[in-house]
Design a protein around this ligand. Structure first.
Ligand code: PLP
Length: 438
């Protein structure tokens, strides 16, 4: 026996004890342990997917001979930025596409999607969303809600085909809606702020095959936000012309401080490059300043970070499912993105859940989130995020619009350990408010 064991003041560092110090009761902690016990096999499968994706990323970096030289940035015009150009080749190899545009000048996911659409559509063209209503912010991009600078203002028309009641594609309606003007079909992998199921890459692949059989020249763009590295294959592996997402979600691995990507065919990506900068300049310009290393290192970590976030989502569904809340997906369903929707049914439920997530954060844990009118959204939104990168939703975050069914959209966690703590802390907050009982 050593001296430390005789010291009565030696802190007891059991998990249960430190959870209690950090505001989670031992009753709730024990419930968490029980829930996790049942998830072992699923978590093992997630680790296997992460392993495959880790090697995919690693292989792409090796193939492109990434070296320290690629981490130095450029200024001014950004000509001959080896780091930026190398990163785009790495992305193209990871996504198995002819090309990719990965830029800090793409400000967010909405911008990446807007760029992909506006760069590849011309006046008189029609775009069709075959996965129902697109993500809220795209309504103004397309002009579904009239907006300055929308595609509608440039004479690009829009049609929408709803998903079927079971959440699958309505192939017959797609066939009927594609006309001579249709130039691009858009598919959104993740549910976004809806409570429909997210689409699997296999389902998306089937839809791509279907539209390409009807019209081989039709472009297919997939909004891949929150879907990267959840599966072993990406929509681009199934022939999407453009696969689009945000770097402050999965592929940035929590390290990318901003940015967006478009991985796709040479032709589509070239159109995006000249639209992003200027005709005649295209991808040759765009200083990377100091972001290259964080883009590479973030991509390198992205498969395991995504796996941690996925485990957090599954843990949340299983815990809150036990409390009787409707969880989408439910505790046992296959996952196609890292988002977990939980319907609280009341504003108090949604708000206290978000307060708990905020209180669990490494940054700004002491602030109380309040609903506000966020630009691009048509009702008040509450957001909980105590992130290193502002607004990053690969970091543990929860948000939801303040209207029925008062669903919280919960996602992220740079480590599973943090996600787990945040979920338990959110449950504890609801216990304190008398909303749930253990
Ligand atoms: C987050 C998201 C977007 C938009 O991304 P921002 O970076 O917030 O602009 C688009 N589509 C889906 C499905 C998303 O989840």
């Amino acid at each position: 026996m050593n001296k430390a064991d005789l010291n009565p003041d030696r802190p007891r560092l059991t998990a249960e004890h430190i959870y209690e110090q950090m505001g989670v009761s031992s009753g709730l902690w024990n419930l968490g342990v029980q829930v996790l016990e049942e998830l072992k096999d699923r978590f093992r499968a997630i680790d296997e997917t992460a392993e495959v994706n880790q090697l995919k990323v690693l292989g792409a970096m090796q193939k492109n001979r990434i070296s320290a030289e690629h981490f130095t940035g450029s200024t001014g015009y950004g000509y001959n930025d080896a780091g930026r150009d190398g990163l785009e080749r790495v992305y193209a190899d990871v996504f198995h596409t002819g090309d990719a545009l990965v830029r800090s000048q793409i400000t967010c996911g909405t911008h990446a999607l807007s760029l992909a659409l506006s760069a590849n559509l011309r006046p008189g063209d029609e775009m069709i969303s075959i996965s129902g209503k697109p993500y809220d912010t795209l309504e103004e991009v397309i002009g579904i809600r009239p907006s300055r600078g929308s595609l509608a203002e440039y004479g690009i028309t829009y049609r929408q085909v709803e998903l079927k009641r079971d959440g699958g594609f309505d192939f017959e309606a797609v066939r009927q809606s594609i006309g001579p003007k249709t130039r691009l079909a858009a598919i959104q992998r993740s549910k976004g702020y809806l409570t429909r199921p997210s689409l699997s890459v296999e389902q998306i692949g089937e839809a791509i095959r279907f539209v390409k059989t009807l019209r081989p020249d039709l472009l297919v763009m997939v909004d891949n936000c929150y879907g990267e590295f959840v599966d072993r294959l990406e929509p681009s592996d199934y022939g999407a012309d453009m696969t689009v997402g945000s770097l402050i979600k999965n592929p940035g691995g929590g390290l990318a401080p901003m940015g967006g990507y478009i991985a796709g065919t040479k032709e589509c990506v070239e159109n995006c490059a000249v639209r992003l900068t200027s005709p005649g300049l295209g991808r040759e310009v765009g200083a990377s300043l100091q972001v290259n290393r964080s883009f590479y290192q973030g991509l390198f970590l992205a498969p395991t970070v995504t796996a941690g976030a996925l485990k957090g989502a599954i843990f949340a569904a299983n815990l809150f499912g036990r409390f009787g809340y409707r969880c989408i997906p439910d505790g046992s369903e296959k996952r196609n993105d890292i988002i977990q929707a939980i319907e609280f049914g009341t504003p108090e439920g949604l708000i206290s859940f978000c307060e708990g997530i905020q209180a669990a954060a490494p940054v700004d844990s002491y602030v109380t989130p309040e609903p506000w009118a966020m630009p691009g959204y048509d009702s008040d939104v509450i957001m909980a995020a105590g992130a290193f990168i502002q607004g990053s939703s690969i970091e543990l975050s929860a948000d939801g619009p303040l209207h029925a069914p008062y669903a919280a959209y919960f996602q992220g966690g740079l480590t599973f350990e943090h996600a787990k703590y945040g979920i338990l802390k959110a449950a504890q907050r609801m216990v304190q408010k008398g909303l749930i009982r253990i």
